[in-house]
Each structure stands twice: as structure tokens, then as C-alpha cells.
Design a binder for this molecule. Structure first.
Ligand SMILES: [Zn+2]
Ligand SMILES: [Zn+2]
Length: 344
């Protein structure tokens, strides 16, 4: 048993530090960074950036016609200096630069390792132990239903993970990092602590493994039909619906009807608001179903002016990249210490 555990940790160690084995592996990892703009599973891929920009531009014209903006140009409307030069945004950009490099050097190998390991365990459990046979083919309708089911399941996991990140004091210390952004610009989306990313990857791994199992034989042939460059069509389309406006000052809602079913950028902006009316609302990512079922849905109606961040000026604790990474551990340590003292 001890041998197995030490084998596992050796592999983890090897994977995490794979980029540091030699100068060439280090260089190779860094050279992959620009791929974020063409890899459609990455939020920074050009179609998502471009579509968000186009949507912002359309919203600017609507605002101009309705007298809803005093901005003198699109640049002033979409990238106002008071937001883009705000200390919180400048910190977001610094954190984003450091974290992107760390992503390629360390986190991506870990996350894909976790994914592969789970897929392997799942295939042993489901195929060998339970004797399930992955289908050789599926009708387009069955593929659509299965994809929708998996999307809803993945959304349910995201929903509960997000609720848990808010309710559990230890996890909140890490999720606080994301909520500590005092203004919303697309860079704030990247202010996520690696521990939070790891939790999400671990919890999502069974769904990813399950869909890999379900579609492995099917998509060999039908890949063109359901997948665009490695992303499911649904994920790709959702990515085009204003991904980067979720963290921005530009209010974009999908309208009173669609807002009840799909999470618009405005839903997530409300999640960041420190107004008690908006607390603990809109935990979901793509669909509103789980928020609606569990009573945490706040459907955006008229545009609202929001103040975002952490209540009680706690955002100001997070002023440097170092603090964004290490303050959560410090907070958890202090919490555990005081818990131990109270017990005594
Ligand atoms: Zn949150
Ligand atoms: Zn957010």
C-alpha cells in the first residue's frame, strides 16, 4: 500500500515539475503560451475575444441611440480609463501574466494529469467492473441529448462547487481571491486561485471522463458533427455569447425570456455585487436551472449599477500578486489555529 502511495506521489511530482526537467522542456512549455489565442477550449481564444468586442460595440450603438451613454467614443465606452487604470485591474493584469506562465509550467500538467487519472479510474470501474459497453454509434438526436445531459451535469457540479466555495470558510478563503476584484474588467476573470481551479478540475473530471467514455467510439467518425476544434458545439456557442462581458462594466442581459434559462453576463455581474440583495445569488455557469431549483436565481431585469468586491473593504487585503497566492493559506492557517485554541 505504502509503495503504491509513494508511486502515486512520485508520478505527481514528475508531472508537476515536468517542465523543469531540462532547459528544452522549460522552453517548450513557454512556447505553448501563445496557443491560448487559438485553442478554443481557452477563454482567450480569438473567436471569444472578437465576439465579445463585437457585442460590446453593438451595445454601444444601442446605448448611443437610446441616450444611455455619455461616452464620446467606443473606446471610452468599452475601455474607460477609470476602470482600466484602477489598481484592482492593474493587479489583475499582473496576476494574469504570472498565472499564465505558471499555468503552462505547472498547473496544466497537473490538471490534465488529474483528468487522465479519473478517466482511467472511470473506465476501469464502468467498463471492467460494471461491464458497460460504450456504444459504437449513436444517432444525431442521441448525441444531442447525451451532450445536453452531460452539460447539465457539469453545470450541476459547477453550481455545487461554487456554493461550497462560498459556504465553507476554508474554501471561501480561496474563492475570496476572485471576489476581491474591486472593478470588473475581463482580466478579473483570470483572478482565480490555483486551489480553486484544482477543486473544479477534480470535481469536473468524472463528467469529462464519462463523456470521453461515451463518445470515444462515436466521435471517431462523427467528430465533425458535434465538435468544433475540440470543444463541444454548445460550449463554443456559449463562448461566443459575451464570455468576456461577464467580468466587465457593460451590462448585457439576454432579455426577460432567455434570462430565465441561460446565464447572461449580467447574471454573473450580479453575483459579484456587494449589495445584500445580490448576495449568494447566481452560482451557475451556463444554465439557470440549478439556481432556479435551489432558490438562488436572481434574474436581471433593468440595468443595475453595481458595486463589486468583498464587503467590509476586505478587498484591500489583496493588493499584490504575492498576497493573491499566499494570503488564503495564511487565512486558513489562522482559522485552524483559532479553532484549535477554542477547542482547548
Ligand atoms: Zn463566487
Ligand atoms: Zn466572476
Amino acid at each position: 500500500m505504502i509503495e503504491r502511495i509513494s508511486w502515486f506521489f512520485e508520478r505527481v511530482w514528475e508531472t508537476v515539475f515536468a517542465s523543469f526537467h531540462s532547459w528544452s522542456s522549460f522552453q517548450e512549455a513557454l512556447e505553448r503560451i501563445p496557443l491560448v489565442f487559438v485553442n478554443f477550449t481557452n477563454g482567450l481564444a480569438w473567436p471569444y475575444l472578437l465576439s465579445s468586442l463585437v457585442l460590446a460595440w453593438l451595445l454601444y450603438f444601442v446605448a448611443l441611440r437610446q441616450g444611455g451613454t455619455t461616452a464620446k467614443s467606443f473606446r471610452e465606452f468599452a475601455f474607460p480609463a477609470h476602470l482600466y487604470r484602477h489598481p484592482s485591474t492593474l493587479l489583475d493584469f499582473r496576476f494574469m501574466a504570472v498565472d499564465t506562465v505558471l499555468n503552462f509550467l505547472m498547473w496544466i500538467p497537473v490538471f490534465s494529469g488529474v483528468g487522465l487519472l479519473t478517466a482511467k479510474i472511470l473506465s476501469v470501474v464502468v467498463i471492467q467492473r460494471m461491464g458497460w459497453e460504450p456504444p459504437g454509434s449513436l444517432t444525431p438526436a442521441a448525441i444531442a441529448v447525451a451532450t445536453m445531459g452531460l452539460l447539465l451535469l457539469s453545470d450541476l457540479i459547477n453550481y455545487w462547487a461554487h456554493v461550497w466555495l462560498h459556504k465553507n470558510p476554508v474554501l471561501w478563503s480561496f474563492h475570496q481571491v476572485h471576489h476581491s476584484a474591486e472593478v470588473l474588467t475581463p482580466a478579473a476573470a483570470f483572478r482565480v486561485h490555483p486551489v480553486e481551479n484544482l477543486i473544479t478540475v477534480v470535481l469536473q473530471a468524472p463528467v469529462a471522463g464519462l463523456s470521453a467514455l461515451l463518445f470515444q467510439n462515436v466521435l471517431g467518425r462523427d467528430r465533425q458533427f458535434m465538435m468544433i476544434f475540440g470543444v463541444s458545439i454548445f460550449g463554443f456557442i456559449y463562448g461566443l455569447l459575451g464570455t468576456h462581458l461577464r467580468h466587465s462594466h457593460i451590462w448585457m442581459s439576454y432579455g426577460p425570456w432567455l434570462n430565465r434559462f441561460v446565464m447572461s453576463p449580467a447574471h454573473h455581474q450580479l453575483h459579484h455585487s456587494i449589495d445584500p440583495r445580490h448576495w449568494n445569488k447566481n452560482f451557475g455557469v451556463r444554465f439557470t436551472l440549478w439556481d432556479a431549483l435551489f432558490g438562488t436565481l436572481y434574474v436581471p431585469r433593468e440595468p443595475e449599477t453595481l458595486q463589486v468586491g468583498l464587503p467590509d473593504a476586505a478587498s484591500r487585503d489583496f493588493t499584490t500578486v504575492r498576497k493573491l497566492y499566499f494570503l488564503p493559506f495564511e487565512k486558513v492557517g489562522r482559522e485552524l489555529l483559532s479553532l484549535g485554541q477554542r477547542r482547548r
